[in-house]
Design a protein around this ligand. Structure first.
Ligand code: GLU
Length: 329
């Protein structure tokens, strides 16, 4: 049986349209390269079969690798955008601004979650303007939130599959850039325990795992959740139980923290935040970071504190496009 699905080499059906790429509309340089298309690779026992809306298993391939080469995960990690904000200002406009600046990475849908007592989520398939329209109809109010532009790997591009995803109680919310390779096994485990998953994504499982692992400390819950997951992730999590904090963890997919004045940002790349701050922490593989308005605490995935140096960026976004920031990713 073929156990590898692969994206076609042609245009992604819902890829960010040409006119949105390279920020031409904003008058910025269009020298940014649009990332090549990521591959979806599902292996052996993890093969979920054909998920509606995803590509059928690749036909005509005799030799199927046992595990996806890491490069495939790296390709996936180069697309999609993540944003987070905690501070005194309204979170939704800050997050939407960041998502627009991350559009060049490519996406098929977008979403945002803001915590303000409860956690409220808005999402929309297609361009960011669709999400903007939704937010106009149903605004989000609150000063902490997370956002995402998705490039689907598991499950078709749709409102439902767009991130953020919540656990069934709605108390935990996640966004994720990457692939969870053992998602089918995890899905079966969760369903055997009575869980009902509402989307086709690998990401929703992470919201369930964090909720299941929660025992009063979000960072510990995220740590235990990703111990159960294999693959690539920048995973960003909020819970209404710890309302002024965002926890994120990284493996392969990029993640940076921007340090402001009594406000803290999180993003997939530095240029998305350069108009807001010049002080950054670069999160590396297998590291976990907790952000509050007071700053960030970086730890290894095992929970050992890391004294991460704050990097002060002198260059501007255009210089970054010419190669300055690739170094950090
Ligand atoms: N694998 C996840 C999904 O299909 C995340 C894709 C991404 O990086 O945007 O929803």
């Amino acid at each position: 049986l073929p156990s590898t699905t692969e994206r076609p080499t042609g245009e992604h059906p819902s890829a960010c349209p040409r006119k949105l790429r390279g920020d031409e509309e904003e008058g910025l340089s269009n020298s940014r390269r649009v990332p090549s298309r990521p591959l979806t690779v599902v292996t052996g026992s993890q093969n979920p079969g054909v998920i509606p809306g995803t590509n059928p298993p690749h036909v005509g391939r005799d030799i199927v690798p046992e595990r996806p080469p890491v490069d495939h995960l790296k390709e996936v990690a180069r697309v999609c955008g993540i944003m987070g904000y905690v501070g005194p200002r309204e979170a939704a406009p800050v997050i939407m601004d960041g998502l627009r600046r991350l559009e060049y990475r490519g996406y098929d849908s977008a979403g945002v979650a803001v915590a303000n007592g409860s956690i409220d989520v808005r999402k929309a398939e297609g361009k960011i303007v669709n999400l903007e329209a939704r937010l106009e109809d149903e605004p989000l109010t609150g000063t902490i939130g997370i956002g995402h532009t998705r490039w689907a790997t598991h499950g078709e591009p749709s409102d439902l599959n767009a991130h953020p995803h919540t656990d069934p109680t709605g108390e935990f919310v996640v966004v994720h850039n990457g692939i969870i390779e053992n998602f089918q096994t995890l899905r079966e485990q969760l369903e055997a325990g009575g869980a009902v998953l509402v989307s086709q994504t690998d990401t929703e499982i992470l919201a369930h795992l964090v909720a299941e692992e929660y025992n009063g400390d979000l960072a510990s819950a995220v740590r235990r959740a990703v111990e159960r997951a294999e693959g690539a992730y920048a995973l960003v999590v909020m819970t209404k139980r710890e309302p002024r904090k965002i926890v994120a963890v990284r493996k392969i997919s990029p993640l940076v923290i921007g340090l402001g004045d009594s406000e803290t940002y999180l993003a997939s790349d530095i240029p998305a935040l350069l108009h807001r701050t010049r002080d950054f922490l670069i999160i590396e593989d297998d590291e976990l970071v907790t952000i509050t308005e007071d700053g960030a605490v970086v730890e290894t995935i095992e929970g050992e504190l890391i004294d991460r140096e704050v990097i002060h960026i002198d260059w501007d976004a255009e210089q970054a496009e010419k190669g300055g920031f690739d170094h950090f990713m």
